[in-house]
Design a protein around this ligand. Sequence first.
Ligand code: SAH
Length: 242
Amino acid sequence: MSGTKIRLFVEHPLGPGQSVPLNADQAHYLFGVMRLGPGAGVALFNGRDGEWRAEVAAAGKRGGTLTCRDQTRPLLPPPDLWLLFAPIKKARTDFIVEKAAELGAARILPVQTDFTNSERIARDRLQAHAIEAAEQCGGTSVPEVAALQPLSRLLAAWPEGRRLLWADEARVGPAQTLAPLPRGPWAILIGPEGGFSEPERTRLRALPFVTPVSLGPRILRADTAAVAALTLWQASLGDWAG
Ligand code: SAH
């Protein structure tokens, strides 16, 4: 692994000379798995202060301390994009969260829809996946994974000024371009394997902030659809678009 930059997400504030305590998992990773010793370099980010170069000051089995040196990158928050998706099987849900973090979603919101069978999600595990993805892809912030909530409740209290791009499987066909749509706060909605129910479709069609969109001529699995929609949005309205 030599030459590989080790990046670690921490909760602690980062600044020149700042001492950063490590918890048991972080100590195990840095000193047990990566075999770092005193003086070794680590890149730190906390979602608020950008990326910082730090050095190991004390290495123990169940803890340790890093000392922060200088900022290597400013905070680069992703565009204000939420991903709403209906949880599916564990491995595929993990995949969606990991890819959403890599592709630059700012918030990840699991939603219960009429055809979602998931009653609960392992929010801590999903948040840990988002952190890991941000660590490995060079992100300086981590998307928050929200608690599972009914789609209907979220739509009823929809924040003013945020638009919703609804991946609507009924529009399967040529994908349209998003370019004429305004930039600003957006969310993407991906349905479960069973798709959306008729009452959901009727409601979504009537909401003024919703734009239905096709993701091309093939029906995609929900996890593929999440990646495709995030890519389409980032390329047209997000931080790939320049
Ligand atoms: N069972 C449904 C498909 C669900 S696919 C059916 O056979 O019609 C899971 C989700 O992925 C959908 O709810 C939708 O949000 C998204 N999706 C998949 N393919 C899509 C496409 N070609 N266009 C738009 N959305 C799509």
